[in-house]
Write a protein that binds this ligand. Structure first.
Ligand SMILES: CC[C@H](C(=O)O)C(=O)SCCNC(=O)CCNC(=O)[C@H](O)C(C)(C)COP(=O)(O)OP(=O)(O)OC[C@H]1O[C@@H](n2cnc3c(N)ncnc32)[C@H](O)[C@@H]1OP(=O)(O)O
Ligand SMILES: [Co+2]
Length: 139
């Protein structure tokens, strides 16, 4: 029986206008460099990751005009965009969350950054905080 429920905060997503400028800022803040940059074309984002112990910070820049990050920044400016939680079995977690009444923004797990399968919950059902659940892609 897979572990049910959320295991840990896997990353905190921060929407930024410029990965280059924000990499410099967060490298100064954290005292360490980002360990990777990755474009996720399907999401319309370029990401940059900093490892801080068990948790990561994920910087997100829009890679195209219709990116959710572009819309977010246009509406709210730069800042915290989502919290991602690690789960052991994303399929069973998606079913559990659906049964609990949360609104899934994608019915099938989709490919995320950093070799993860991801699903998002509508912030209207999570107290106004966009939630991402993610599982290591074991394929
Ligand atoms: C997957 C790659 C990477 C990874 O970790 O692997 C990522 O994390 S990619 C991250 C970018 N991708 C996503 O965010 C996908 C999920 N997001 C969405 O589907 C949309 O952004 C959605 C549905 C959350 C909002 O889109 P919509 O077009 O509905 O925008 P609105 O501005 O009309 O928003 C509706 C309503 O929701 C509030 N809202 C929007 N974004 C957020 C947010 N990040 N946190 C909290 N609340 C948010 C917005 O304020 C509106 O509320 P209202 O009260 O009506 O103003
Ligand atoms: Co994320």
């Amino acid at each position: 029986m897979p572990n049910q429920g959320f295991l840990k905060v896997e990353h905190i997503g921060i929407a930024v206008k410029s990965i280059k400028a924000s990499n410099e800022l967060f490298s100064k803040l954290f005292g360490k460099e980002a360990y990777k940059e990755e474009k996720v074309e399907s999401e319309g984002v370029v990401t940059s990751f900093f490892q801080l112990g068990e948790t990561k910070i994920e910087l997100l820049e829009a890679s195209r005009e219709d990116s959710p990050i572009a819309k977010f920044i246009e509406k709210r400016g730069e800042g915290i965009h989502h919290i991602a939680y690690e789960v052991e079995d994303i399929i069973s977690e998606m079913q559990r969350l659906k049964n609990e009444g949360f609104i899934l923004l994608n019915e099938v797990p989709k490919q995320g950054a950093d070799n993860k399968l991801v699903c998002f919950l509508h912030p209207k059902t999570t107290n106004g905080v966009l939630v991402e659940i993610c599982q290591e892609n074991r394929v």
